[in-house]
Design a protein around this ligand. Structure first.
Ligand SMILES: [Zn+2]
Ligand SMILES: [Zn+2]
Length: 552
């Protein structure tokens, strides 16, 4: 009997984000990614959401390492917080490690982890796990598929991937190696990216986008081109840079992360353009528009991003105007559509021309669609399959795809955050919930678990707050001053004084009556109810009512 292997999903199965899994065998824990989830509108003020790292609390000294499959935030972003109280080596490609190093330095936890670079096809022992890393194509360079040899056979983790047969850097997914492992050893369990599992067909190759970009450059010879893309999407940036250099332009970067990643990728030889073609954005005013290209962050319209600031005329670095063509080489992530649209409007108001993926194919996805998933399933030919990296709908669609390819239904296991699957001699079984899988919200210096916080913020954000201050004498049970209403965000300035006064009168009358009779169910509740009814009757609003009872 070989030792069983447990895989616990600490995030990423139910959302696209906070990817993290713990693989356990013989008392050792190997982490696979440690990312964040970006908050949606239901979590106002949260910076991001962490995986359920609490599961690791009593296993801290048994973590042998963390493999980071690629450099996206949903795979590396939680490392700084994890390393504040855990310590383990991190294994990733040099580019991914470069991004991780920046994050760890920002949070001053660099000394908590040894960063171990791994190359394509490396085979590394992490604890007693024998891990092999296979190149894979995605929307960030140097992505790695992990083949993890355990006492229960090979676990293959796809990482985020598309099967780009014509990648910008020529580094294709090594399907042959996966096939060889499948043939020689067999793949016991496949964990595979489900992001685009609902979409038929295949994704477009990244190089096709280069053609489109070249066309945009050719069509705007006398204008400055400002191209916004994800700052980690080095292959997109390479194609922008190529189009710029071919058309005799200088390339400048805008936005801190673009500047950093651009430099990191050049240093590692992943982004190639001649030194003479690169200028600092501060020098750009010395060049005519037709000789300039600016690559920028802010393709998602993030409010404080370089491009959004430029769109409202608030950039220190560039003035957007009638000489500019702005290319949004991205598509809005669900939830960002409104922000992106607002930024496009702002750019047009400043006289710029805007080209975006709604008009031209200036973007392609980094995640494989159904045909690409089928190809990986065919090559890997796994004994068991668990769909990962997706919302429930994506996981379900991916499971269905596997069943339609002929996998037996007891070989396809659906799991959710907080659940554990176990590989044993008897096969793969879902052992159910072993940890909460809860959201851990990063709230400034604190990590919060309670959703109540966001319900309160929702009321505050949407309805405002009314404080009701009541000052009493302790012994005599009488009001020492007229009650006061103090509101924020409840009604506009024209009416607020008048309503606060009228509300205070009503509270005063009710409190006096209460104090005289000594009857009722508590002063605080009475004040809240009275003020709440007043506010609702007079304005039809339900702001947060905060009674403040002071006894002197
Ligand atoms: Zn991802
Ligand atoms: Zn990714």
């Amino acid at each position: 009997m070989a030792d069983p292997v447990q895989i616990t999903f600490l995030g990423g199965l139910g959302d696209i984000g906070r990817n993290c899994a713990a693989i356990e065998s013989g008392g050792e824990v190997l982490l696979l990614d440690c990312g964040v989830l970006f908050p949606d509108e239901d979590m106002p003020g949260a910076e991001f959401v962490l995986p359920d790292l609490e599961y690791l609390r009593d296993k801290a000294d048994r973590i042998v390492g963390c493999i980071c499959t690629h450099g996206h935030e949903d795979h590396i972003g939680a490392l700084p917080r994890a390393l504040e109280w855990l310590s383990f080596p991190v294994y990733a490609s040099p580019f991914t490690l470069g991004l991780i190093r920046n994050r760890l330095e920002e949070r001053e936890v660099s000394d908590r982890a040894t960063l171990v670079p791994i190359g394509d096809h490396d085979r590394v022992r992490i604890g007693s796990f024998d891990c092999e890393f296979i190149p894979v194509t995605h929307s960030v360079p140097s992505g790695l598929i992990s083949a993890i040899r355990t006492p229960q056979g090979v676990i293959l983790h796809s990482s985020d991937f598309k099967l780009d047969l014509n990648p910008v850097d020529g580094r294709r997914t090594d399907l042959a190696r996966i096939g060889a492992i499948a043939h020689d050893e067999g793949i016991r369990l496949l964990l595979c990216d489900s992001t685009n599992s609902e979409i038929p067909g295949s994704s477009r190759s990244e190089t096709e986008i280069g053609e489109v970009l070249r066309g945009v450059f050719a069509a705007h010879p006398d204008r400055r081109l400002v191209v916004a893309a994800f700052s980690s999407h080095i292959h997109r940036i390479q194609q922008v840079a190529d189009a710029a250099v071919e058309s005799g332009r200088k390339v400048a970067t805008l936005g801190l992360s673009m500047k950093r990643n651009f430099a990191l990728a050049r240093e590692l030889g992943l982004l190639r353009l001649p030194d003479h073609a690169v200028i600092d954005v501060a020098e750009s005013e010395h060049y005519p528009p037709g000789q300039l290209c600016v690559v920028s962050t802010g393709s998602q319209g993030e409010t404080r991003s370089a491009l959004a600031m430029a769109a409202t005329g608030d950039s220190r670095w560039i003035d957007i105007g009638p000489d500019d063509t702005v290319v949004l080489s991205s598509s809005p992530i669900p939830g960002n559509e409104v922000r992106v649209s607002r930024m496009i409007n702002n750019l047009i108001c400043r006289g710029a021309k805007v080209v975006h993926s709604g008009q031209l194919e200036v973007h392609t996805t980094g995640h494989g669609k159904q045909d690409e998933l089928r190809t990986l399933h065919t090559v890997a030919d796994p004994e068991y399959f668990v769909p990962v990296h997706g919302e429930v709908r994506h996981l379900a669609a991916h499971a269905e795809l596997a069943l339609n390819m002929g996998m037996a239904s007891d070989r396809v296991i659906l799991a959710r955050d907080g659940e554990q699957v176990e590989l044993s001699d008897r096969g793969l079984a879902n052992r159910g919930q072993v940890t909460s899988g809860d959201y851990y919200y990063v709230n400034g210096q604190l990590i919060e678990r309670d959703r109540e916080l966001f319900s309160e913020r929702f009321i505050l954000g949407g309805q405002g707050v009314v404080n009701v201050v009541v000052v009493l004498s302790r012994g005599e049970s009488r009001l020492l001053a007229r009650p006061r209403l103090e509101s924020k965000g409840w009604v506009g300035p024209d009416l607020v004084r008048e309503l606060e006064q009228a509300g205070a009168d009503e509270v005063a009358a009710v409190v006096e009556e209460y104090l005289e009779s000594g009857e009722g169910d508590g002063l605080e509740r009475l004040v809240r109810r009275t003020a709440g009814q007043f506010v609702n009757h007079n304005t039809g609003r339900r702001p947060m009512i905060v009674p403040i009872i002071i006894e002197l």
